[in-house]
Design a protein around this ligand. Structure first.
Ligand code: FPP
Ligand code: MG
Length: 332
């Protein structure tokens, strides 16, 4: 099959990241040169990843934090390439786990080449990321990235273990998204600040910024999976429902229902047939679950912005502030 399904629309973060555009391009070049392969089959797989170009949120967070704290140096560019490589690896693996067929408006690697090639491509990216980090010649970045990716995997494992648990508690959901998403966004900001020579207090604040931002981002992502438009989001939606993964609006719906309604919602959630999204949408809107999840995402975004107090005013600080709004109010 031809894995390219559609033309990808221009990304809205392009202008927002203008002050670090050059840095993003350097990081992109390091990424490309690191993973290139002389073997034509492998090369085709790697080339397909260029269609996965997304919001570049993680390298941008690292570079924006670095610039807001001082100058961007070679280690920042290398680390920006590393975090994007790790993020891409997790998406390639995640699409296998979710059985997803579309990501960023193109066919997923698993849809085009199958699960075996996808797992190995994810491993290839992941191991390259650690090797590239080691070229910085010090253990600090390897340790931080190792810790963050370890927690990321633990979050994903926690999620898998809770699949089909329709009585999932909110705390368990927050624990899952903190691991699978917020650990890496936090690590990006920590690395940006650390490698710009910030003091411990500011490094911790910026790491908290990244953590709150990641939590807000994932809640918004989970909302899109339930009520987004596949055309604008550009990836397979409804997969949380198909996979029996309880996200914040669903947890709210289950906990706000009682008696006959609980039984009806449970039946819908357990039903292997399609159309769950369509059937659950009115229930989610009527009980206030969508509004509730949005509010929680906005609260985390506000907490993220509060961590930036104390950082000197700059263009990149303003972008970090603006991002707290952008991660919640988006349609892709
Ligand atoms: C997207 O979640 C997935 C993640 C944020 C993390 C996935 C991590 C793994 C599969 C484990 C580790 C893999 C490696 C190589 C370390 P989602 O399914 O909610 O988002 P989506 O809608 O974009 O698919
Ligand atoms: Mg997924």
């Amino acid at each position: 099959m031809n894995p390219t399904l559609a033309t990808r629309p221009a990304h809205s973060t392009g202008d927002l990241f203008k002050p670090i555009q050059r840095d993003l391009e350097i990081a992109e070049r390091i990424l490309r040169e690191t993973i290139e392969s002389g073997e034509p089959g492998v090369s085709r797989l790697i080339n397909h990843l260029s269609h996965y170009r997304g919001k570049r949120l993680r390298p941008a967070l690292l570079l924006l934090t670095a610039r807001a704290c001082g100058a961007v140096e070679r280690p920042h560019h290398v680390l920006a390439a590393v975090v994007e490589m790790i993020h891409t690896a997790t998406l390639v693996h995640d699409d296998v786990l979710d059985g997803a067929s579309v990501r960023r408006h193109v066919a997923t690697v698993n849809a085009g080449w199958g699960n075996q090639a996808s797992i190995l491509l994810g491993d290839y990216l992941f191991t390259h990321a650690f090797h590239l980090t080691s070229t910085l010649g010090e253990a600090r970045a390897c340790r931080l990235i190792g810790e963050a990716t370890n927690r990321l995997c633990a979050g994903e494992l926690h999620q898998i273990c809770q699949r089909g648990n329709f009585d999932l508690a909110e705390e368990a959901y927050f624990d899952i998204i903190e691991g699978k998403t917020a650990e890496l966004t936090s690590c990006c900001c920590r690395l940006g600040a650390l490698y710009s020579g910030m003091d411990d207090d500011m490094v911790e604040r910026l790491a908290s910024y990244g953590r709150y931002l990641g939590l807000a981002f994932q809640i918004a992502d989970d909302l899109l999976d339930l009520v987004g438009e596949e055309r604008s989001v550009g990836k397979s939606l409804g997969s949380d429902l198909e996979q029996g993964k309880m996200t914040l609006p669903l947890i709210y719906l289950m906990h706000s229902a009682s008696g006959e309604k609980t039984r009806r919602v449970l039946e819908l959630l357990k039903n292997p047939a399609n159309h769950k999204r369509e059937q659950l949408a009115p229930e989610l809107a009527a009980c206030g679950a969508i509004a509730y999840a949005r509010r929680r995402a906005e609260e985390f975004a506000t907490q993220a912005a509060a961590q930036l107090v104390g950082l000197p005013s700059s263009e990149c600080k303003s972008i970090l502030e603006h991002l707290t709004d952008r991660v919640v109010n988006r349609d892709n």
